[in-house]
Ligand binder design. Structure first.
Ligand code: FRU
Length: 503
C-alpha cells in the first residue's frame, strides 16, 4: 500500500513538473523546469528569437556549478528551455555576461558573419594553491543551440579576484565593441574597447557614486530617447548592488548621462541615487542586445533577493525572472527618469476580461468575488479617484497593494502573506512615490501565483515582490473613506507552458 502511494506521489510530482503546475510555479514568467537560477545573462535577439541565458546550476536547486542555462522565445513570453549553453568546466564557473551578434565576423570566430558571441566571466574559486580569479572569456555559436568556448580564453585578465559581469555592445559612432565590467569591491564600472572582442583596451572608469553599500555587479548600459524624441538621447548606466538596496538586500540603481565612446559622464550629482525598482525582488535586470522589435529595448531581471534566494519554498526549481519590460526615459520635474512597463506581449495572454467603470468599493468587491475562477495569474489595471479615502488597498495573493493618499506612496506589504517563515528577512513592506495625477492614481498589477509586480505613475515606479500565498483568492479592495470612483479592468492570464515546450 505504502509503495503504491509512493509511486502515485512520484507520478503526480512528475506530471506536475511536466505541466509546470507545482504550487507557486509562475505561469507566464520564465523559470527553469528544475534546479537553481539567478541572474539572466547574455540576453540577445538572434535568428528570429529572443535568447535568454541564465545563471544555472545543472546539478541542483542551490547556487553552485554555475553555467549558462538557455531558453528561447519568439515573443518574450513563450519560452522553450534548451540544452545548457555554456557549462562550467575545469574548475571554472561561467558567471554573468552578455551576447552580441558579430555581424562582420570581427572576432574571426564565426563560420559565417553574424554568429552569436557570448562574453562571460570565468570564475575560478580560491583553492589551496591559488587565490580566487575572475576574468573575461568568449564562447560562440553559429546555430543558437551549441556554444563553443574560445581556445584563447581568457580575453581580459587583470589577475583580480573580483572583476565581473561584462556588458558588451557595438558602439557605432566610434566603430568598436565596448565592454562595461565591474570592480565590485571598489564600486567602479570600468569601460574597455575592442575591435575584435579578443583584445581589450582600458578606456575609463566610473564610480564610486550613488549607492555604495554593497558590491557593484551586473552592469547594463544603453542609450534611450527622452520622451520619445530620437534626436535627444541619454545613456543609462544600470548597476546592481548587493547588499545596499534601500529596501534591504540586493537591488539596483541607475545613472543617467552621456557617453562619448570613451567615458560616461553622470548628469546628476554623484551622491544622487536613482532606484530601478522599489521592491525587494528585482536584480540583474538586463536589456536584450540586437533587439529592434516594437517596444525595444526590452529587459528582464532575476525576481529574487540574495538575502533569502536560497530558501524560497519552491521545488523542483528555485528562481524565476521578472516579466519582460519595455524601457524608456521621461522628463519629470525632478529630472530625467527611467520608465518601465510590462512588454506588450503580456496582453496576448489576456482572457476572461472583467471591466467596471465609476464603481464604489462595495459593488466592486461584490463583482470581484463573483469571479470564482481566479487562477492567481492576472493583469489588473485600475484608475482610482480617492475622494475622502486616505488609504486604499487591494488584497492581492494574500499581500496588500496599498496607497497612502496623503504621502503619495504606493506600497506592497507581504508581512502576513502566506508562507513567510523560511527567512526572517522575507516579511516586508516596500514603498515607492506615486503622486496623484489629475486627482487619480493609475496602477497596473501583474500577479503570477508567487509574484506581484506593480507599475504606478505610468511606469515611473515599479515594485517587484515575491509572495507565497496559501491560495490564489480573487483580488479585493478596501478603503478607509468613501472613494470617489474606480475604473478597473482585470484579465486572467493564460499559462504560457505547454508540454511540447519543455525539453
Ligand atoms: C549577481 C552575481 C554576479 C555573478 C553571478 C554569479 O547576482 O553575483 O555578479 O556573475 O551572480 O552567479
Amino acid at each position: 500500500m505504502k509503495r503504491r502511494a509512493a509511486v502515485f506521489f512520484l507520478v503526480a510530482v512528475l506530471f506536475a513538473a511536466e505541466r509546470y503546475d507545482q504550487p507557486y510555479r509562475p505561469q507566464y514568467h520564465f523559470s527553469p523546469a528544475r534546479n537553481w537560477t539567478n541572474d539572466p545573462c547574455g540576453l540577445v535577439y538572434a535568428l528570429g528569437r529572443y535568447h535568454l541565458f541564465f545563471q544555472f546550476n545543472p546539478e541542483g536547486a542551490q547556487w553552485g556549478h554555475m553555467s549558462w542555462g538557455h531558453a528561447a522565445s519568439p515573443d518574450l513570453v513563450h519560452w522553450t528551455e534548451m540544452p545548457v549553453a555554456v557549462r562550467k568546466d575545469a574548475g571554472v564557473m561561467i558567471f554573468t555576461g552578455s551576447s552580441v551578434i558579430d555581424r562582420d565576423n570581427t572576432s574571426g570566430l564565426c563560420a559565417k558573419p553574424g554568429c552569436i558571441v557570448s562574453i562571460y566571466t570565468g570564475h575560478r574559486p580560491k583553492s589551496a594553491s591559488a587565490p580566487q580569479v575572475q576574468n573575461q572569456n568568449l564562447a560562440f555559436s553559429n546555430d543558437g543551440i551549441v556554444w563553443t568556448k574560445y581556445k584563447g580564453n581568457p580575453v581580459l585578465d587583470t589577475g583580480k579576484a573580483d572583476f565581473r559581469d561584462p556588458k558588451v555592445f557595438w558602439h557605432e559612432p566610434s566603430r568598436k565593441w565596448v565592454m562595461v565590467v565591474m570592480l565590485p569591491r571598489e564600486r567602479k564600472a570600468q569601460f574597455y574597447g575592442s575591435a575584435d572582442l579578443k583584445r581589450w583596451r582600458h578606456l575609463s572608469d566610473f564610480g564610486p557614486a550613488g549607492a555604495t553599500g554593497g558590491d557593484w555587479e551586473c552592469p547594463d548600459f544603453y542609450e534611450l530617447p527622452i520622451d520619445g524624441d530620437a534626436k535627444n538621447t541619454r545613456w543609462v548606466l544600470k548597476i546592481g548592488l548587493n547588499p545596499g538596496h534601500f529596501a534591504g538586500g540586493s537591488g539596483e540603481q541607475y545613472f543617467i548621462g552621456r557617453f562619448d565612446g570613451q567615458r560616461f559622464t553622470n548628469e546628476n550629482p554623484p551622491d544622487r541615487t536613482l532606484w530601478v525598482d522599489y521592491g525587494r525582488d528585482c536584480y540583474c535586470e538586463f536589456t536584450f542586445n540586437n533587439d529592434t522589435n516594437p517596444g525595444a529595448p526590452h529587459a528582464l531581471g532575476w525576481m529574487n533577493n540574495w538575502q533569502y534566494a536560497g530558501k524560497v519554498p519552491t521545488s523542483p526549481w528555485r528562481g524565476q525572472m521578472t516579466v519582460p519590460r519595455t524601457l524608456s526615459l521621461r522628463t519629470t520635474p525632478q529630472g530625467i527618469r527611467l520608465v518601465q512597463m510590462p512588454a506588450a506581449a503580456i496582453e496576448s495572454l489576456r482572457e476572461r476580461a472583467f471591466t467596471v467603470g465609476g464603481s464604489d468599493v462595495d459593488s466592486l468587491n461584490a463583482k470581484l468575488a463573483g469571479k470564482s475562477r481566479n487562477s492567481g495569474s492576472f493583469d489588473l489595471i485600475a484608475t482610482i479617484r480617492p475622494g475622502a479615502a486616505r488609504r486604499i488597498a487591494f488584497k492581492v495573493l494574500g499581500a496588500v497593494v496599498g496607497y497612502d493618499v496623503r504621502a503619495g506612496l504606493i506600497y506592497v506589504d507581504r508581512t502576513h502573506a502566506g508562507d513567510v517563515s523560511f527567512s526572517a528577512k522575507f516579511p516586508s513592506r516596500t514603498e515607492a512615490p506615486a503622486p496623484l495625477r489629475n486627482g487619480a492614481l493609475k496602477l497596473r498589477i501583474l500577479a503570477d501565483r508567487s509574484s506581484i509586480e506593480v507599475f504606478a505613475d505610468d511606469g515611473l515606479a515599479a515594485l517587484t515582490n515575491l509572495v507565497y500565498p496559501k491560495s490564489p483568492a480573487a483580488p479585493s479592495l478596501s478603503a478607509d473613506g468613501t472613494v470617489e470612483g474606480i475604473d478597473l479592468q482585470l484579465w486572467q492570464l493564460r499559462s504560457t507552458w505547454q508540454r511540447s515546450q519543455i525539453r
